[in-house]
Ligand binder design. Structure first.
Ligand code: ADP
Ligand code: ZN
Ligand code: ZN
Length: 831
């Protein structure tokens, strides 16, 4: 007999290993690596994924339990994805089940449901259930009934049901069920027209509806959903059933896709004639694909250089060679505009995966991929797990975007996963950006120093399509404005530019860089700021509900009228929210039409798309927003981009702060003048000499990158070293310090025993420094204190494994202490 190795869906380190189950005869042939199965686990039935099959496993068969069920006819994961999950769990230190679950659509994150049925005969039922006829009838049928539903329907019988279970009169069974299932539609399949016409003769004239239905079906001789048919002839589905009884039609459930784009038309496009620059960029990508090399390219092209057309033509070549393609774009760039460019070129073979789809829609898009009906997947981060089997190309657009790193476990980076997946498939990766991450740039230009993995090939496109100029960038020193008595939100230059565009009926994008600058509350008399009592985080003011909220734990309190510390009435809401800008715009430029896009106005499903369509149809002059308006938008009439508070995020305690600011400003500047009309950018700042801001003016990515790399080198930050952040949390600080110190010395000892130097500054190829434990930037969260150890290392070593071994060694002690540990390998957010 064969044995299946199963990873059960319990995300804890104790169960993070395969468990063996016998494959019963009835399931033989259905169980493969990647199958989703239901297995008995202690008293429960759980979902699991088969990660291995052993033909003649050397185990004590007698002790093994059999699998209960295989949950899908087609395994949702392939052996390749299982292998990828194993790699992810080692690389980012998470339980394997967490990596496997990240690859499944939410609909398949099955949960276990309890069913009950009478254990023996029905006589006892009659004796016990005297008054509740409904329950009696339900149970008497003998079919397993969902326990939760029974308890809800017969709340008065709850106690009795429990007692019968205990007494063994009712038996319990568990089943793993999907959260969402395929959607089926009852469909009517008519007999051929000739037979229907013959049938019609036998139907008496008074059965007019029946006659009408038959006539309709004879005329439109094709399958039709029962509901539609009933509607068309004004009858009921029950009436249609009688046609079935006579054998004139057949009624069967038919699976239907929930297509989120069903009501949209995508006019088809053909490949554009490439510019010489584009052609030159595409050639090495295509030849690598033709040769089946698994290579990574960095396509560094300024905004508007026509990167998307290169993606499209590379994908076309990939499809022609019989392989499949994945395109990742940042979540907020997944607008209909972006989707349209792919759907228009590749039609129905495109599946779209993003988080604004319902579970059902997402599941159906995913099934298109799994069942081979789609060959291009366009989506956000997790689309990297699209269940294709013959990948030829993976494109990551705006590869520098932070949203490609998942901040919860598994804390993977889609870029790294893409490179690994491409290796497994012999596929090509194209990383596109106008502002590549410094690590990627370094890898492409200098061969990747100590980042591990293979170097990327550098392709640069320094010009926009058709030699359209890059927009002119003006920097306005807001301190000067203040000196000259302008206390308004808009500098004179920006205000003039806005008036000018209003007069010309052109459009504008205004960016409020709000990260790290949210509306916090401060007392102008004593400097008191409102902080969350459970987390060491400033509270954010929400005008709509007039309260202060913690964005980490959800704590909220009423807006204070006086300072809670000194009772001064001069308490003020600092920072500028988009709402305030909107009000200022209306006051300064009467009649201006503004669309505000931020987290508050885009929570509703589809709202994001609606705003953008409205703007594209020029029903507004200004698109005002946070980061959301900076990315991927392409509107021909936008000729002005204004940035309020460009330097807001520069002072964040994160070594990537200036890189992020430069990227954001360059991206938003790139929204201007993308078509015939030339563009202009006005950046308002209190720090006009800052490198991140002056480099935007000169459109000087390379200058910025080279200078930033010098600084990184001095500090040993990526790409000159790599980081692992290990965070410990607990209610007690002394406990944290002791566990943190134990970890730090354990890791140092382990490194030393391998001959790895501790001094990062000294010459030599490999080194590892362990910094801390120190208080985390967010020192307290949900009443738990947080301390971190930052591991900084370079050279050829498996640092993740060293950290994992060190933590495993501390295992029992840490567990008893109740300290929670979370590990972030290659952290992207230092906060
Ligand atoms: P990027 O993605 O690099 O920012 P896009 O792909 O959005 O640039 O291209 C910018 C604009 O140039 C788009 O409007 C696009 O339709 C147009 N474009 C791209 N390639 C060509 C080409 N070969 N010929 C004419 N127009 C092009
Ligand atoms: Zn005060
Ligand atoms: Zn809080």
């Amino acid at each position: 007999m064969t044995v299946a190795r199963v990873i059960v869906d319990v995300p804890s380190r104790d169960t993070d290993r395969p468990f063996d189950y016998l494959i019963p005869d009835r399931l033989a042939g259905w169980v493969e690596v990647g199958s989703r199965v239901a297995v008995p686990f202690g008293p429960r039935t759980l979902q699991g994924i088969v990660t291995g099959i052993a033909e003649d496993a050397d185990v004590a068969y007698a002790k093994l339990k059999p699998l209960e069920d295989v949950l899908d006819a087609l395994p949702p994961l392939s052996p390749e994805l299982v292998e990828l999950a194993e790699w992810i769990s080692r690389r980012w230190l998470c339980p394997l089940t967490v990596a496997l679950q990240a690859m499944l659509p939410a609909a398949l994150k099955g949960r276990s449901e309890k069913y009950v049925f009478p254990a023996f005969g029905a006589e006892w039922l009659e004796e016990e259930i005297v008054r509740s006829g409904g329950l009696l009838d339900a149970l008497r049928k003998g079919k397993p009934l969902k326990l939760a539903a029974l308890l809800k329907q017969y709340p008065n019988q709850g106690l009795s049901i429990k007692r019968w279970l205990r007494e063994g009169k009712l038996e319990e069974r568990q089943r793993v069920e999907n959260q969402v299932s395929v959607k089926t539609v009852l469909t009517v399949f008519p007999q051929p027209t000739g037979e229907l016409l013959q049938a019609l003769e036998k139907v008496p004239a008074r059965a007019s509806k029946q006659r009408e239905t038959l006539r309709y079906l004879a005329e439109h001789n094709e399958a039709i959903p029962a509901v539609k048919l009933a509607e068309a002839v004004g009858t009921t589905t029950t009436a249609i059933r009688t046609l079935e009884e006579r054998g004139w039609v057949e009624i069967r459930p038919v699976t239907e896709d929930r297509d989120p784009y069903a009501d949209r038309d995508f006019p088809s496009t053909t490949p554009m004639k490439l510019t010489p620059g584009q052609a030159e960029a595409l050639t090495p990508i295509q030849s690598a694909m033709a040769n089946g090399e698994s290579r990574t390219f960095l396509l560094h092209g300024v905004t508007g250089s026509g990167k998307t057309e290169i993606y499209l033509q590379a994908i076309q070549r990939c499809l022609e060679s019989g392989r499949e393609a994945i395109v990742l774009v940042p979540e907020i760039a997944l607008t209909p505009q972006m989707v349209e460019r792919f759907k228009s070129r590749f039609g129905a073979s495109v599946a779209v995966l993003h988080s604004r789809l319902s579970h059902g829609e997402r599941y159906d898009e995913w099934r298109k991929i799994r069942e081979g009906r789609a060959r291009v997947a366009v989506g956000a981060r997790s689309a990297i797990f699209a269940p294709f089997t013959k990948i030829g190309l993976i494109v990551i657009d705006e590869e520098h975007e932070t949203s490609y790193k998942q901040e919860e476990s598994p804390k993977y980076h889609a870029r790294d996963v893409a490179v690994e997946r491409a290796r497994l498939h012999g596929a090509v990766v194209v990383l596109g950006s106008a502002t590549p991450a410094l690590e990627t740039y370094d890898s492409a230009v200098y061969g990747g120093r100590d980042q591990g993995g293979e170097a990327a090939t550098y392709i640069v496109m320094p010009d926009r399509v058709a030699n359209r100029p890059l927009p002119r960038v003006h920097i306005v020193d807001m301190r000067e404005e203040l000196k000259l008595g302008n206390r308004a939100m808009f500098s004179r230059m920006l205000a003039d530019a806005i008036r000018d565009r209003l007069a010309k009926r052109e459009q504008m994008v205004l960016l409020l860089n709000r990260r790290g600058y949210a509306t916090f509350v401060m007392c102008r008399s004593c400097g008191h700021t409102a902080a969350c009592p459970h987390c060491e985080i400033s509270l954010t003011y929400h005008r709509g509900s007039q309260n202060l909220r913690c964005h980490y734990c959800g704590y909220s309190e009423a807006e204070p009228k006086t300072c809670p510390s000194c009772e001064s009435p001069h308490i003020r809401f600092f920072g500028t929210g988009t709402q305030k800008v909107e009000e200022a715009l209306a006051a300064t430029f009467p009649g201006i039409r503004v669309i505000r896009m931020d987290v508050d106005t885009t929570t509703e499903k589809g709202s994001h798309e609606r705003w953008l369509t409205e703007f594209r149809e020029r029903r507004a002059d200004v698109l005002l927003g946070t980061q959301m308006v900076a990315k991927g938008l392409d509107f021909p009439y936008v000729t002005l981009v204004g940035v309020l508070a460009a330097d807001a995020a520069l002072r964040l305690p994160d070594f990537r702060a200036s890189e992020r600011t430069f990227q954001l400003l360059t991206q938003v500047a790139g929204r201007a003048g993308r078509h015939e009309l030339p563009g202009e950018v006005v950046i308002q700042t209190y720090d006009p000499e800052h490198e991140s801001i002056t480099s935007v003016q000169g459109h000087d990515y390379i200058g910025f990158a080279e200078r930033a790399l010098v600084l990184r080198k001095q500090l040993g930050y990526p790409p000159y070293g790599r980081l692992i952040c290990v965070t410990f949390s607990h209610e007690s600080v002394p406990m944290l310090l002791s566990v943190g110190a134990q970890f730090a010395s354990g890791l140092k000892g382990r490194a030393a025993s391998l001959g790895i130097r501790h001094d990062f500054d000294a010459a030599g190829s490999s080194a590892m420094e362990v910094l801390g434990p120190v208080s985390s930037p967010i020192a307290r969260l949900k009443d738990r204190y947080r301390f971190q150890c930052m591991v900084k290392y370079r050279g050829d070593m498996d640092a993740s494994a060293l950290v994992a071994e060190t933590l495993a060694d501390m295992g029992e002690a840490v567990k008893r202490s109740g300290v929670q540990v979370s590990v972030d390998v290659d952290p992207q957010m230092m906060l």
